[in-house]
Design a protein around this ligand. Sequence first.
Ligand code: CA
Length: 230
Amino acid sequence: MRVLVVEDEVQLADAVARGLRREGMAVDIAYEGNEGYGKASIIRYDVIVLDRDLPGMSGDEMCRRLTEEGVLTRVIMLTASNTVSDKVAGLAIGADDYLTKPFAFAELVARVRALGRRTTPAAPPVLAAGDLILDPAKRTVTRSGRKIDLTRKEFGILETLLTAQGAVVSSEELLDRVWDEHADPFTTTVRVTMMTLRRKLGEPALIDTVVGAGYRIDPAALVAGAALRR
Ligand code: CA
Protein backbone atom coordinates (compact mmCIF):
# COMPACT_ATOMS: atom_id res chain seq x y z
CA MET A 1 0.00 0.00 0.00
CA ARG A 2 1.39 3.40 -0.95
CA VAL A 3 0.62 6.42 1.23
CA LEU A 4 1.31 10.16 1.03
CA VAL A 5 1.49 12.18 4.24
CA VAL A 6 0.91 15.94 3.76
CA GLU A 7 1.56 17.73 7.04
CA ASP A 8 3.53 20.89 7.80
CA GLU A 9 4.33 19.97 11.40
CA VAL A 10 7.59 18.23 10.57
CA GLN A 11 7.81 16.13 13.72
CA LEU A 12 4.24 14.91 13.39
CA ALA A 13 4.67 14.18 9.67
CA ASP A 14 7.86 12.20 10.29
CA ALA A 15 6.34 10.28 13.21
CA VAL A 16 3.26 9.35 11.17
CA ALA A 17 5.43 8.26 8.22
CA ARG A 18 7.68 6.17 10.47
CA GLY A 19 4.70 4.50 12.08
CA LEU A 20 2.99 3.68 8.79
CA ARG A 21 6.26 2.30 7.37
CA ARG A 22 6.47 0.01 10.38
CA GLU A 23 3.08 -1.31 9.24
CA GLY A 24 4.66 -2.21 5.92
CA MET A 25 3.35 0.72 3.90
CA ALA A 26 5.45 2.70 1.39
CA VAL A 27 5.22 6.30 2.59
CA ASP A 28 6.13 9.64 0.99
CA ILE A 29 5.98 12.97 2.83
CA ALA A 30 5.18 16.53 1.72
CA TYR A 31 5.54 19.37 4.26
CA GLU A 32 3.65 21.89 2.17
CA GLY A 33 0.39 21.94 0.20
CA ASN A 34 1.65 22.58 -3.33
CA GLU A 35 4.34 19.94 -2.98
CA GLY A 36 1.72 17.49 -1.76
CA TYR A 37 -0.61 18.29 -4.64
CA GLY A 38 2.26 17.84 -7.11
CA LYS A 39 3.09 14.40 -5.76
CA ALA A 40 -0.54 13.32 -5.59
CA SER A 41 -1.01 14.32 -9.25
CA ILE A 42 1.94 12.23 -10.45
CA ILE A 43 1.94 9.16 -8.21
CA ARG A 44 -0.99 6.81 -7.74
CA TYR A 45 -1.32 6.67 -3.95
CA ASP A 46 -3.80 4.39 -2.23
CA VAL A 47 -4.33 6.81 0.64
CA ILE A 48 -3.40 10.43 1.42
CA VAL A 49 -3.17 11.55 5.04
CA LEU A 50 -3.94 15.22 4.56
CA ASP A 51 -3.59 17.99 7.13
CA ARG A 52 -6.29 20.57 6.63
CA ASP A 53 -4.34 23.66 7.68
CA LEU A 54 -1.30 23.79 5.38
CA PRO A 55 1.02 26.49 4.01
CA GLY A 56 0.86 26.85 0.22
CA MET A 57 -2.25 25.04 -0.95
CA SER A 58 -4.74 24.30 1.84
CA GLY A 59 -5.90 20.76 2.52
CA ASP A 60 -9.43 21.67 1.46
CA GLU A 61 -8.24 23.09 -1.85
CA MET A 62 -6.03 20.09 -2.56
CA CYS A 63 -8.85 17.69 -1.77
CA ARG A 64 -11.27 19.62 -3.98
CA ARG A 65 -8.85 19.62 -6.93
CA LEU A 66 -8.03 15.93 -6.67
CA THR A 67 -11.73 15.09 -6.58
CA GLU A 68 -12.38 17.30 -9.62
CA GLU A 69 -9.57 15.58 -11.51
CA GLY A 70 -11.03 12.18 -10.73
CA VAL A 71 -8.01 10.97 -8.77
CA LEU A 72 -9.12 7.76 -7.06
CA THR A 73 -6.86 8.09 -4.02
CA ARG A 74 -8.68 7.91 -0.68
CA VAL A 75 -8.19 10.92 1.57
CA ILE A 76 -8.21 11.06 5.34
CA MET A 77 -8.18 14.63 6.67
CA LEU A 78 -6.47 15.70 9.85
CA THR A 79 -7.89 18.73 11.54
CA ALA A 80 -7.42 20.68 14.73
CA SER A 81 -11.10 21.49 15.14
CA ASN A 82 -13.86 19.06 15.90
CA THR A 83 -17.11 20.82 15.14
CA VAL A 84 -19.80 19.04 13.18
CA SER A 85 -19.86 21.75 10.51
CA ASP A 86 -16.11 21.30 9.89
CA LYS A 87 -16.59 17.58 9.51
CA VAL A 88 -19.47 17.99 7.08
CA ALA A 89 -17.48 20.53 5.05
CA GLY A 90 -14.48 18.18 4.85
CA LEU A 91 -16.55 15.26 3.66
CA ALA A 92 -18.44 17.48 1.20
CA ILE A 93 -15.26 18.44 -0.65
CA GLY A 94 -14.33 14.81 -1.16
CA ALA A 95 -12.47 13.57 1.92
CA ASP A 96 -13.29 9.93 2.70
CA ASP A 97 -12.59 10.12 6.39
CA TYR A 98 -11.75 12.59 9.08
CA LEU A 99 -9.58 12.53 12.21
CA THR A 100 -9.26 15.24 14.86
CA LYS A 101 -5.89 16.15 16.38
CA PRO A 102 -4.62 14.95 18.72
CA PHE A 103 -5.36 11.39 17.65
CA ALA A 104 -4.28 7.96 18.82
CA PHE A 105 -1.80 6.51 16.36
CA ALA A 106 -3.50 3.11 16.34
CA GLU A 107 -6.69 4.86 15.25
CA LEU A 108 -4.93 6.49 12.29
CA VAL A 109 -3.37 3.18 11.21
CA ALA A 110 -6.75 1.42 11.40
CA ARG A 111 -8.44 4.14 9.32
CA VAL A 112 -5.65 4.22 6.69
CA ARG A 113 -5.85 0.43 6.36
CA ALA A 114 -9.63 0.56 6.00
CA LEU A 115 -9.35 3.23 3.28
CA GLY A 116 -6.63 1.27 1.48
CA ARG A 117 -8.90 -1.75 1.37
CA ARG A 118 -11.60 0.37 -0.25
CA THR A 119 -9.17 1.26 -3.07
CA THR A 120 -8.83 -2.40 -4.00
CA PRO A 121 -12.24 -3.83 -3.12
CA ALA A 122 -11.54 -7.19 -4.76
CA ALA A 123 -8.85 -8.15 -2.26
CA PRO A 124 -10.09 -10.81 0.16
CA PRO A 125 -9.10 -10.47 3.81
CA VAL A 126 -6.66 -13.38 3.53
CA LEU A 127 -4.69 -14.11 0.33
CA ALA A 128 -3.74 -17.63 -0.63
CA ALA A 129 -1.94 -19.58 -3.34
CA GLY A 130 -1.42 -23.32 -3.00
CA ASP A 131 -0.33 -23.99 0.57
CA LEU A 132 0.74 -20.36 1.06
CA ILE A 133 -1.39 -17.97 3.11
CA LEU A 134 -0.76 -14.24 3.50
CA ASP A 135 -2.72 -12.29 6.09
CA PRO A 136 -2.48 -8.55 5.28
CA ALA A 137 -3.96 -7.47 8.63
CA LYS A 138 -1.68 -9.61 10.79
CA ARG A 139 1.22 -9.21 8.33
CA THR A 140 2.01 -12.88 8.45
CA VAL A 141 2.91 -15.41 5.78
CA THR A 142 2.75 -19.16 6.25
CA ARG A 143 3.41 -22.06 3.94
CA SER A 144 1.97 -25.44 4.92
CA GLY A 145 1.42 -23.87 8.32
CA ARG A 146 5.09 -22.93 8.70
CA LYS A 147 5.70 -19.24 9.38
CA ILE A 148 7.93 -17.41 6.88
CA ASP A 149 9.68 -14.19 7.94
CA LEU A 150 9.74 -11.63 5.15
CA THR A 151 11.17 -8.12 4.94
CA ARG A 152 8.73 -5.29 4.26
CA LYS A 153 9.63 -5.20 0.55
CA GLU A 154 9.39 -8.96 0.14
CA PHE A 155 6.00 -8.91 1.86
CA GLY A 156 4.87 -6.00 -0.34
CA ILE A 157 5.84 -7.82 -3.53
CA LEU A 158 4.07 -11.00 -2.46
CA GLU A 159 0.95 -9.09 -1.40
CA THR A 160 0.85 -7.22 -4.73
CA LEU A 161 1.25 -10.41 -6.77
CA LEU A 162 -1.38 -12.29 -4.76
CA THR A 163 -3.82 -9.38 -5.07
CA ALA A 164 -3.28 -9.43 -8.85
CA GLN A 165 -4.74 -12.98 -8.82
CA GLY A 166 -2.41 -14.44 -11.41
CA ALA A 167 -2.26 -11.37 -13.65
CA VAL A 168 1.24 -10.32 -14.71
CA VAL A 169 2.72 -7.42 -12.70
CA SER A 170 5.68 -5.56 -14.22
CA SER A 171 8.84 -4.57 -12.32
CA GLU A 172 7.85 -0.92 -12.78
CA GLU A 173 4.46 -1.57 -11.22
CA LEU A 174 6.09 -3.37 -8.28
CA LEU A 175 8.56 -0.52 -7.85
CA ASP A 176 5.63 1.89 -7.88
CA ARG A 177 3.45 -0.08 -5.45
CA VAL A 178 6.01 -1.31 -2.96
CA TRP A 179 8.89 1.17 -2.93
CA ASP A 180 8.64 4.85 -2.06
CA GLU A 181 10.04 7.69 -4.15
CA HIS A 182 13.58 7.25 -2.88
CA ALA A 183 13.92 4.00 -4.78
CA ASP A 184 16.30 4.25 -7.71
CA PRO A 185 14.41 2.95 -10.75
CA PHE A 186 17.68 2.00 -12.43
CA THR A 187 18.75 -0.47 -9.79
CA THR A 188 17.98 -4.15 -9.80
CA THR A 189 16.08 -3.74 -6.51
CA VAL A 190 13.02 -5.65 -7.65
CA ARG A 191 15.03 -8.50 -9.15
CA VAL A 192 17.19 -8.87 -6.05
CA THR A 193 14.23 -8.73 -3.64
CA MET A 194 12.39 -11.22 -5.85
CA MET A 195 15.36 -13.59 -5.55
CA THR A 196 15.42 -13.51 -1.74
CA LEU A 197 11.61 -13.77 -1.64
CA ARG A 198 11.62 -16.87 -3.83
CA ARG A 199 14.34 -18.46 -1.73
CA LYS A 200 12.34 -17.91 1.46
CA LEU A 201 9.12 -19.24 -0.07
CA GLY A 202 10.87 -22.46 -1.10
CA GLU A 203 9.61 -25.25 -3.38
CA PRO A 204 7.48 -25.79 -5.38
CA ALA A 205 7.97 -22.32 -6.87
CA LEU A 206 4.90 -20.05 -6.67
CA ILE A 207 6.11 -17.01 -8.62
CA ASP A 208 6.52 -17.22 -12.40
CA THR A 209 8.75 -14.91 -14.40
CA VAL A 210 7.03 -13.86 -17.61
CA VAL A 211 9.93 -12.84 -19.82
CA GLY A 212 9.72 -9.23 -20.99
CA ALA A 213 6.52 -8.61 -19.01
CA GLY A 214 7.03 -9.18 -15.30
CA TYR A 215 5.96 -11.63 -12.63
CA ARG A 216 2.82 -13.47 -11.61
CA ILE A 217 1.62 -16.04 -9.14
CA ASP A 218 1.42 -19.47 -10.77
CA PRO A 219 -2.29 -19.68 -11.79
CA ALA A 220 -2.39 -23.39 -10.90
CA ALA A 221 -1.39 -22.52 -7.34
CA LEU A 222 -4.20 -19.95 -7.11
CA VAL A 223 -6.76 -22.60 -8.04
CA ALA A 224 -5.30 -24.97 -5.45
CA GLY A 225 -5.38 -22.18 -2.86
CA ALA A 226 -9.04 -21.45 -3.52
CA ALA A 227 -9.90 -25.15 -3.16
CA LEU A 228 -7.93 -25.33 0.08
CA ARG A 229 -9.95 -22.54 1.65
CA ARG A 230 -13.36 -24.03 0.84
CA1 CA B 1 -0.89 22.26 9.88
